[in-house]
Design a binder for this molecule. Structure first.
Ligand SMILES: CCCCCCCCCCCC(=O)SCCNC(=O)CCNC(=O)[C@H](O)C(C)(C)COP(=O)(O)OP(=O)(O)OC[C@H]1O[C@@H](n2cnc3c(N)ncnc32)[C@H](O)[C@@H]1OP(=O)(O)O
Length: 415
């Protein structure tokens, strides 16, 4: 029994972990050195044997922890890979987003350009239709009801022609009398000049929708105006009464007078002028639609100083002496400016006398200033002076005096 004990202890020592081996070694030392009782050895062995299962469970736990650690490491790797993938996808998405924004921007620009072009085309087509319709309507036989209807000639025409037929008088005076009777003079706007002072001439032709965009104001700048013309225009225009969207409106000494072509055709040519020809009657100075070709002018009125200033640029159709403005065209402009001035001063007038001294020829295309000043008013007579100078005022081109005689509406009717 004792002989087998060391052997048994030795076998256990070979199998047990190092910590237990040191315990066994100590118990063996005690056994050989101090000859401890055998029961102590047995107790020790028992203790050692009790530690075994504990160690086993520790080993199991250790194994589990190692596995968990491995799993966590694997998860970590997977997560790291996912992060890399996510970042990659994020970069790709960012690139795609910027590409999409770029495309969107490009599309928007293309869309805007397309829209602008389409708009331009629509405007041009509208203008073409308008021009074509105008041309057609200028030629229609206005005695035919359907033609009048198609061309927008209004009911006034029917009333007037009815009255004309009844009285066998289709003269201008008759037309005006009818209009007066119908009390339309006060209620309808004057389209031919825009002046409220002159309530005499009103349109008997009302244009349908497509014909009635705002009438062109010829006194506004256009592409043919020279820099000098523009400079002078800005000079006077900046001193004009100005209606703004703000509450305050600007007051100035000058008023720009708008200038429209005539729509009403009051020619009373009778047998000499057919209805169609009458329908083509135009205000002399505004009868060319091509900008810059003939009379380009704007008139400013100074009520306080009782004077008018006209900026005039003569176009190539007004040639008289080679390269210079025709004397008749200059006379026309003087008559127009002084006549307008006299109208504002005295109401309805006609030119009775016009005296002109041509001092220096006006180069074609140049800008000149016509200054119209009141000389005096005497009864029905309004005397006006006019001076035409170069744009800088250094050269006098023309000087004139004009006499306007006030007339009544009936005088005009009987003309
Ligand atoms: C919205 C608008 C913007 C308008 C914007 C556009 C502006 C364009 C302006 C263009 C204007 C034109 O071209 S008008 C078109 C051209 N003009 C014309 O066609 C006018 C034709 N002539 C006439 O209709 C007539 O002769 C009148 C109206 C001028 C005068 O006839 P009347 O009404 O019978 O009067 P009468 O007694 O003879 O004269 C009145 C006074 O004027 C004097 N008088 C008459 N004629 C003359 C004369 N040539 N020279 C000196 N004095 C004369 C008389 O001695 C008398 O003075 P006393 O004894 O009392 O002292």
């Amino acid at each position: 029994m004792t002989a087998s004990m060391p052997h048994a202890a030795g076998a256990a020592a070979a199998e047990d972990p190092p910590i237990l081996q040191s315990g066994l070694h100590r118990s063996r030392t005690v056994t050989h050195g101090h000859a401890e009782p055998e029961s102590e050895v047995a107790t020790m062995k028992k203790t050692v044997m009790g530690i075994g299962p504990m160690l086993q469970s520790l080993n199991v736990m250790n194994e589990e922890l190692r596995k968990r650690k491995d799993n966590l490491l694997r998860d970590k790797l997977v997560l790291e890979e996912s992060i890399v993938t996510c970042n990659k996808e994020k970069d790709e998405d960012t690139t795609k987003l910027s590409e999409a924004s770029e495309s969107l921007k490009k599309l928007k620009t293309e869309h805007d350009d397309g829209k602008a072009n389409a708009q331009k085309e629509i405007e041009s087509l509208k203008q073409q239709i308008l021009d074509r319709d105008k041309a057609i309507c200028a030629l229609v036989d206005t005695t035919k009801a359907e033609a009048r209807k198609l061309c927008g000639l209004v009911i006034w025409y029917r009333i007037i022609t009815h009255k004309c037929r009844k009285t066998r008088d289709c003269s201008l005076s008759s037309v005006l009398r009818v209009e007066q009777t119908l009390r339309i003079l006060k209620t309808r706007p004057s389209l031919h000049t825009g002046f409220q002072a002159d309530k005499l001439i009103h349109t008997t032709v009302r244009l349908p929708g497509i014909f009635s965009p705002r009438p062109r104001d010829f006194s506004l700048p256009n592409s043919s105006w020279s820099p000098k013309m523009m400079e002078l225009y800005d000079h006077y225009n900046s001193q004009c009464d100005l209606e703004t969207e703000d509450i305050e409106s600007q007051k100035g000494p000058w008023i720009r007078l708008p200038s429209y072509n005539r729509i009403l055709k009051y020619a009373k040519g009778g047998v000499y002028l057919s209805k169609i020809m009458q329908s083509k009657a135009r205000l002399f100075t505004r009868n060319v639609y091509q900008v810059g070709a003939s009379f380009e002018y704007v008139i400013f009125l100074n009520k306080e100083e009782k004077k008018c200033v006209c900026l005039f640029q003569a176009g190539h159709l007004l040639e008289g002496p080679p390269g210079h403005v025709h004397g008749g065209a200059i006379a026309t402009m003087i008559d127009t400016v002084t006549g307008t001035h006299a109208t504002f001063l005295s109401g309805l007038v006609v030119t009775a006398n016009l005296n002109i001294n041509y001092r220096n020829a006006i180069p074609l295309g140049s800008t000149v200033i016509l200054e119209s000043t009141l000389d005096h008013i005497e009864g029905r007579k309004t005397h006006i002076n006019c001076k035409v100078t170069s744009a800088d005022g250094s050269k006098v081109h023309t000087e004139a005096t004009a006499l306007f005689v006030s007339i009544s509406v009936s005088h005009l009717m009987g003309m």
